[in-house]
Design a protein around this ligand. Structure first.
Ligand code: ACO
Length: 320
């Protein structure tokens, strides 16, 4: 059997940090409201240079260094992003060019906040079938560029960043299984009307629109179900999980999933307080942080989960 194993992780956060107090100077909100409803205290915000391909590149360099590989060792690039630098070329091609390599497949997938889990699943299939040996998997988003800074319902929630893993073929897991879901009937709960100039937005601003309560309820239910599904599929109970690495949207959603798993919060990697919701970057950013600070160790069992606009959601079980 061929499995895919994480051989390196990396991440990048924009230099500028925006605190809740700073936001409260421009919209009618407060640090107390934001912290109590979401757990968010600050977020990083990109400047014009810190595009998705730039942040993905910086995170990739760190992952390559951690894996002791060079860019020439990569056989494929998959970038999960909802905020590409350009309409075309795709962000993976721009990242390939920044890395100074050519002639390997490079493509984006657009799966909102679940993008990294989806990308991991796609990469895993390529490796398991023996088609590809080493894949750069990137989750990156610049959600602050599609945020309405006058809308307090949404602008307090999002931040920017990139997270990367390098997957490589191995004879032991690695990725044990991935489970993906989507429900397009929920398309009106969370959406961006258009990223394309000239495309009609039906009089809506081209920013993130969100029915917060609907998203909250659906996220708690769907994530609770998918973590149960992944444990059942692998004949495991929650004791097998060393670390839950959840999508970092809201501390209350994270806590609800941990409760479902009966996991104490000291087994949950939480970065939402510092990063806010970085969409496709949120899970790999949290993973990289906990790998680099020594919490996550080789041989431990990780449960990753995420949900995003669509709705789209999924989970991955990984032996690190
Ligand atoms: N500051 C102060 N007041 C605010 C703010 C703010 N930033 N935002 C909303 N309010 C007000 C509302 O206007 C409302 O006022 P009203 O009662 O006078 O109308 C009041 O606070 C209560 O709003 P609710 O919507 O009831 O607050 P709720 O407890 O539902 O919390 C929140 C809102 C935090 C958005 C919550 O619904 C949530 O987290 N939903 C999930 C959203 C999410 O995670 N989105 C990320 C993208 S999707 C994903 O990644 C899964």
């Amino acid at each position: 059997m061929i499995y895919s194993r994480i051989v390196g992780t990396g991440s990048y956060l924009p230099k500028r940090v925006v605190t809740n107090d700073e936001l409260a100077q421009t919209v009618d909100t407060s640090d107390e409201w934001i912290v109590s409803r979401t757990g968010i205290r600050a977020r990083h915000m990109s400047n014009a240079e810190e595009t998705s391909s730039y942040m993905g590149y910086q995170a990739s360099l760190r992952a390559l260094e951690a894996a002791k590989l060079s860019a020439q060792d990569l056989n494929m690039i998959i970038v999960a992003t909802t905020t590409p630098d350009k309409g075309l070329p795709n962000t993976a091609c721009l990242l390939q060019e920044r890395l100074g390599i050519t002639d390997i497949p490079a493509f984006d997938i657009t799966v909102a906040c679940a993008g990294f889990v989806y990308a991991l699943s796609v990469a895993d299939q390529y490796i398991r079938t023996g088609m590809v040996k080493t894949i750069l998997v990137v989750g990156v988003d610049v959600l602050t560029a599609v945020t309405n800074w006058q809308d307090r319902n949404t602008c307090v929630l999002f931040g920017d960043g990139a997270g990367v893993v390098i997957l490589q073929a191995a004879d032991k897991p690695g990725i044990v299984s991935t489970h993906l879901h989507a429900d397009g009937r929920q398309k009106d709960s969370l959406y961006i009307p258009s990223l394309l100039p000239g495309q009609r937005c039906e009089d809506e601003l081209p920013y993130i629109h969100m029915e917060g309560k609907e998203v909250f309820k659906f996220a708690v239910k769907a994530l609770g179900q998918v973590v149960e599904e992944i444990l059942a599929a692998n004949g495991l109970n929650q004791d097998a999980i060393d670390w839950l690495i959840p999508h970092q949207a809201n501390l209350r959603i994270i806590t609800a999933t941990a409760e479902k798993l009966k996991l104490p919060m000291d087994k949950v990697v939480v970065t939402v307080d510092k990063h806010a919701n970085t969409s496709a970057a949120s899970v790999p950013l949290a993973l990289d942080e906990a790998v680099r600070d020594g919490r996550i160790k080789r041989g431990q069992t990780l449960l990753l989960e995420a949900i995003g606009g669509g709705f789209v959601w999924g989970a991955a079980l990984i032996i690190y």
